[in-house]
Design a protein around this ligand. Structure first.
Ligand code: 5GP
Length: 181
């Protein structure tokens, strides 16, 4: 329930962003993206599974642009700590050579996962790669690239809800929760 502490897979979490706060972030990000691509060739959206499916669904509807969306998988997380290793990208069903791509990510933490994905998209010959991330953790970020569209910058703490899980659970929480200290 909104405003209350929750327990997910044995860990306690405190409310951090409400549904309406999240909706206003998504609306702002959608407006930024619309204005960037206005009058230009539109990108293919690449939704990073699993976590970004909730953000991607909201963003796609808020965008009101005629765009295609693909779902890919690329994961580096186990439990509450990034293990620093990323595996291969799965699920891409069309060649990206010469295309503009907008990666839709739930959260950019250390940025390693996204760095590997960008390398791969460049290798595949994408013409332009931009990133929309619902959340970032600037204190943890170790990348040397720009996250172009950001919903909310978070402190360097573990969060669940709005598509993000802890050990597979908590993705369906409509608000964002932060681990209780
Ligand atoms: P990175 O490679 O940037 O360190 O990690 C990116 C991935 O780790 C994200 O796509 C997300 O799946 C996961 N992740 C990073 N921070 C959090 C967090 O606070 N909560 C959850 N549930 N997942 C996170």
């Amino acid at each position: 329930m909104e405003g209350e502490t929750v327990e997910v897979a044995g860990l306690k979490f405190t409310p951090y962003l409400s549904q309406s706060q999240i909706a206003s972030r998504v609306g702002r990000v959608a407006a930024e993206i619309r204005s960037y691509y206005a009058g230009q060739e539109l990108p293919i959206l690449l939704c990073m599974l699993n976590g970004a499916f909730v953000f991607a669904a909201d963003l796609l509807r808020a965008l009101q642009m005629e765009v295609e969306i693909e779902f890919i998988r690329y994961s580096s997380y186990q439990g509450t700590a990034s293990c620093g290793e990323v595996s291969e990208i799965l699920g891409l069903r069309q060649p990206l050579r010469g295309k503009r791509v907008l990666v839709v990510e739930d959260i950019v933490d250390s940025g390693l996962t996204m760095a590997r994905l960008m390398q791969e998209l460049e290798r595949q010959g994408a013409k332009e790669v931009r990133i929309a991330a619902m959340f970032t953790k600037p204190e943890a970020f170790r990348g040397n690239y720009t996250v172009h569209h950001v919903g909310e910058e978070l402190p360097n703490r573990f969060v669940v809800g709005y598509g993000l899980d802890y050990n597979g659970l908590g993705r369906g929480l409509p608000e964002l929760y932060i681990r209780t200290e």
